[in-house]
Design a protein around this ligand. Structure first.
Ligand code: PHE
Length: 355
């Protein structure tokens, strides 16, 4: 066997048995690298006689090309093997169920969605307004006279006034959305307005930021019976049980007559059961829209009437889902959120249940 054949057999066996790309590259370096065996032999050509060169030149070139080709072929095989191994290790089964998603819907979000579902079934749509309001929308248009003590009752957060402007307020209720809707839309109107509201108050049942859902209906020949029917239907659907209610006379500057709606409840152990029982709990304010409010919004009170209501979302969430302290709602404790949160993939709906 010539020396060339011996070298060829040696490297061929080595290349064929290389098990990974790193090892294969080491073989390449030892054969064809600058200081590799074949390179060295090619370097020796210069010292050969013309006769020898004529034989060894083409022979070495051929060897070099063959070894190169063998290495390339083996490289392909090893690369494919590495890819197969990676694919086998990194499988992802797209048909697997998602399981419990990492995040949950906050009870406030859940309850707002439940309310939107119930009222949209009665033909209401959802309206919105800004959290930072001006005095006109939060108070004046809602028939709060200037300097009237009712403005103080709201424990208003005032913003620092910009130069030459009046002080803005963090809205103390969602009722300014009534004003914005009536000023931008012609009756008939049927909206609810969920959102954040702010009052300077904090204890077990009050937080400086809380949520309300406002309701407003404006049309011809609307009366108190419509208001009672809508709210009675709402509350039984919301609590998913028959709920007995009573309307108690009350005062709001923007409604006349005004009322608060109470629901029957009883305590069972430490839990509160809404629906039946001997006690009454106030859950919302309501009334017929005051003619002054209609007028301030450009609606003729002799042609149109309406009713409005407003309720605290957080409190209703606590009552429905049994949370003891309102402040926990906004403390961002992940254990609380995991316990009271809702599956975001299960949408509230009236067909299969709200919650
Ligand atoms: N805005 C009132 C409040 O925050 C609630 C209300 C709304 C009452 C609409 C009557 C009509 O207390």
């Amino acid at each position: 066997m010539s020396q060339i054949d011996i070298i060829k057999t040696h490297y061929t066996t080595q290349i064929e048995s290389a098990q990974d790309l790193k090892h294969l590259d080491e073989i390449r370096v030892s054969a064809l690298g600058k200081k590799g065996e074949i390179s060295k032999m090619m370097g020796g050509l210069g010292k050969m006689s013309i006769e020898e060169k004529k034989v060894m030149g083409p022979a070495l070139n051929g060897l070099k090309n063959e070894i190169n080709a063998l290495i390339e072929r083996r490289k392909d095989v090893l690369e494919n093997k590495a890819l197969d191994a990676a694919l086998a290790k990194e499988t992802m089964d797209m048909s697997l169920p998602v399981g419990r998603a990492a995040g949950t819907l906050h009870p406030v979000q859940q309850v707002m969605e439940e309310m939107a579902v119930i009222f949209s079934d009665m033909g209401f749509s959802v309206a919105e307004g800004p959290d930072i309001e001006d005095d006109f929308h939060n108070f004046t248009a809602l028939n709060f006279p200037k300097g009237h003590p009712a403005r103080d009752m709201h424990d208003t957060f005032f913003m620092t006034a910009l130069e030459g402007e009046e002080k803005k307020v963090l809205r103390t209720h969602t009722s300014p959305v009534q004003v914005r809707t009536m000023m931008s839309q012609k009756p008939p109107i049927r909206i609810i307005a969920p959102g954040r509201t702010y009052r300077c108050d904090s204890d077990q049942t009050h937080t400086p930021m809380f949520h309300q859902v406002e309701g407003l209906v404006i049309d011809k020949d609307i009366h108190m019976g419509h208001l009672k029917g809508v709210l009675m239907d709402f509350v039984s659907t919301f609590f998913e049980t028959d709920v007995d209610v009573q309307f108690r006379p009350h005062h709001f500057p923007f409604t006349e007559p005004s009322a608060e709606m109470d629901v029957r409840y009883e305590r069972v152990g430490s839990a509160i059961k809404i629906g039946q029982g001997e006690k009454w709990m106030e859950i919302l304010g309501c009334g017929m829209v005051h003619p002054n409010v209609l007028r301030a919004c450009g609606i003729d009170p002799d042609a149109y009437q309406g009713f409005a209501f407003g309720m605290g979302v957080d409190r209703l969430a606590m009552l429905k889902y049994g949370m003891p302290d309102l402040r926990d709602m906004f403390s961002a404790d992940t254990r609380w959120l995991a316990h009271y949160g809702f599956d975001p993939l299960l949408q509230a709906n009236l067909a299969t249940g709200l919650s």
